[in-house]
Design a protein. Sequence first.
Length: 459
Amino acid sequence: MFPAAALLSFSLVAVVYGQAAGTLTTETHPKLTWQKCAAGGSCTTQSASVVLDSNWRWLHSTSGSTNCYTGNTWDSTLCPDAATCTKNCALDGGDYSGTYGITTSGNALTMKFVTNGPYSTNIGSRVYLMATSDSAYEMFKLKQMEFTFDVDVSNLPCGLNGALYFSQMEADGGKAKYPTNKAGAKYGTGYCDAQCPHDIKFINGEANMVDWKPSDNDKNAGSGKYGTCCNEMDVWEANSMGSAYTPHSCKAQGPTRCSGTDCGDDASGERHSGICDKDGCDFNSYRQGDQTFYGKGMTVDSTKKMTVVTQFLTNDNTTSGTLSEIRRVYVQNGKVIANSKTNIPGMKAYDSITTQFCAEQKVAFGDVDDFAAKGGFGPMSQAMTSGMVLVMSIWDDHAANMLWLDSSYPLDKDSSTPGVARGACPTDSGKPTDVETNSPNASVTYSNIKFGPIGSTYK
Ligand SMILES: *[C@@H]1O[C@H](CO)[C@@H](O)[C@H](O)[C@H]1NC(C)=O
Ligand SMILES: *[C@@H]1O[C@H](CO)[C@@H](O)[C@H](O)[C@H]1NC(C)=O
């Protein structure tokens, strides 16, 4: 995630009409299978499921059905202070398809952008892959491993982001560490990412209502005093017009609640003073100088399903080494397609993310090298040792209209300046009001997830 003010995009308008009965829903995780592969390429099917992030859920009084949170404000009676609020409020189960537009079938997960449910209009969503036990998140240890999935981005226009990534969350959603969190992974708690989002309603088992400010451009979001930071490996952020993969390291391991300067807030002019590398070191083929590689009808054709292979290589080719290179390969129509090569003055012809690639890119693009400042691959390598949670989402961007992914950005620089052009979307595209009105039926489908040693997940 690159944008300035993190994920302000999602939300559920949790309006309950009167004492509507029957809205207390049983939580049933949609089933999703995936494959664990062994060296040599034999794979075994894992019967798992996905869980919706807690932020999207109806939050109501434990004693009944009064909203604790409506639109983008907390109820002052149920929530006079953080501790009381935490005690008074409950996260409810979700109607995945009816309320959130989330459906699964076999090994495929489809996430719809706007869903008009019986009680709400839901915009975007975020889910996590559960372990097969269904009581905790699956933890991925990525070093010297290969992660592969199919994705259909054909129905994702400019301004939308279908993102598949790993965040260094706790396996149980923070339940053991913070006993006031009684919901845990089953209800999708414990999210964190490298943007240190402030819009998370519960952090460390406590309501994040202190200093809560409703967003001035998103009627469903706000931001609290605290942010929640952690290492984030963006394997895939894309729509039909652009794509990128990006490691974002943090100078902390595991979910870390921040306040003040540590959060690296743009609004305070502290983007590069926080504990996480918000910019990351991205590989975006278009931004790297190949404008005909990824897109509609291009070498990797975004109008059709594609297979995305990502390899996390270490310095000594073992799972105990340190992360040193992140490689990308595509497969489409049965053909293996090598990643595009960098074609930027001052840079070698890179086709993967390495320390050298990041250093040269930051210089060539005139960007602050916050990647190096936050430890480069070091913290990410450690995070990959301890295990990371698989996140899949669809979102629009109230902070920067997704221009950092699919258009020219920042707007005050000429698009011919190296690093500014990132995709062919117009610079006036991607406004949430436009995409929510014009493309409510947009969706993304992730399928056929495979994980195993290098070379085991694709042919
Ligand atoms: C790791 O594997 C690569 C590619 O197979 C090879 O070129 C390299 O020499 C290996 N490095 C080590 C330290 O074994
Ligand atoms: C979205 O889909 C619904 C149901 O199929 C349809 O009625 C509506 O017109 C579509 N909206 C747009 C903007 O395409």
